[in-house]
Design a binder for this molecule. Structure first.
Ligand SMILES: Cc1cc2nc3c(=O)[nH]c(=O)nc-3n(C[C@H](O)[C@H](O)[C@H](O)COP(=O)(O)O)c2cc1C
Length: 222
């Protein structure tokens, strides 16, 4: 059995999955565990839509069709357009390391298209968990969705499952709304793919780095 520290260290974004299904009871156990996450005054803003099987296959196809037809992405939760320089640098280093592993050159538009399509086809995962919240909620509720998400991802590790949180999976929320009957008062914030990772895939060779503690931790009185 994996302890929390081991789960934290073992979790990596998994971008290729085996086709093996995940049973409904395991998904429920993961969500049951994640439901213990803290939230602002216990508001528990998460609304969860789990897709697998046929609805998920239809979403994969429809996402790809949209992309290939040049439909512009329209995420319910707008994505940042600018990052401060230090953050931009870290993103750039991660993207460069990922592209190097995949053997992709920055200017290779076709290869980058394939990367985007891998996101839109949910990395081949058998399950995607779409996380939604009331449209009128303040950004503080995003914090709660974040802690709920990390809890899902750690609980998944416990059951030998892998995950990736990916905003690219929900850039066409209209389709998700249609397939999963998501009411209009909820926005689709982001999504987590879940399944058994394919350890052989080159997609799963990226191990991201972290800043050393001394770069971002300041302590006083201890
Ligand atoms: C809110 C959020 C959105 C993300 N969106 C994407 C995405 O659209 N596509 C993708 O490949 N990875 C996405 N990621 C994964 C990050 O790139 C990844 O967590 C980061 O590079 C650290 O790597 P690790 O998860 O393997 O530790 C996202 C992560 C978060 C937290």
């Amino acid at each position: 059995m994996m302890n929390v520290i081991e789960a934290l260290q073992a979790r990596h974004s998994t971008r290729a999955y085996k086709p093996d299904p995940v049973d409904r009871e395991t998904i429920r156990k993961i969500l049951e565990a994640a439901n213990h996450a803290p939230s602002w005054a216990n508001t528990q803003p998460w609304e969860v839509f789990v897709a697998s099987g046929e609805p998920l296959e239809r979403l994969r196809q429809r996402n790809l069709e949209n992309f290939r037809n040049g439909v512009p992405p329209e995420p319910d939760q707008p994505t940042p357009q600018h990052w401060p320089e230090a953050h931009q640098k870290r993103t750039g280093a991660m993207a460069a390391a990922h592209q190097a592993i995949l053997g992709i050159k920055r200017e290779d538009k076709d290869a980058r298209k394939i990367m985007t399509e891998n996101n839109l086809r949910f990395f081949g995962a058998p399950v995607v968990i779409f996380l939604c919240m009331d449209r009128t909620l303040d950004p503080w509720s995003l914090y709660d969705l974040g802690s709920f998400s990390q809890s899902i991802m750690l609980a998944a590790q416990h059951y030998g499952l892998n995950t990736i949180p990916a905003i690219m999976m929900s850039v066409y929320p209209k389709l998700i709304r249609e397939e999963l009957n998501i009411p209009d008062n909820l926005k689709v914030v982001f999504s987590i793919a879940l399944g058994y990772g394919d350890p052989e895939s080159i997609q799963n060779k990226l191990i991201t780095t972290r800043r050393p503690l001394d770069e971002f931790v300041r302590m006083a009185g201890i």
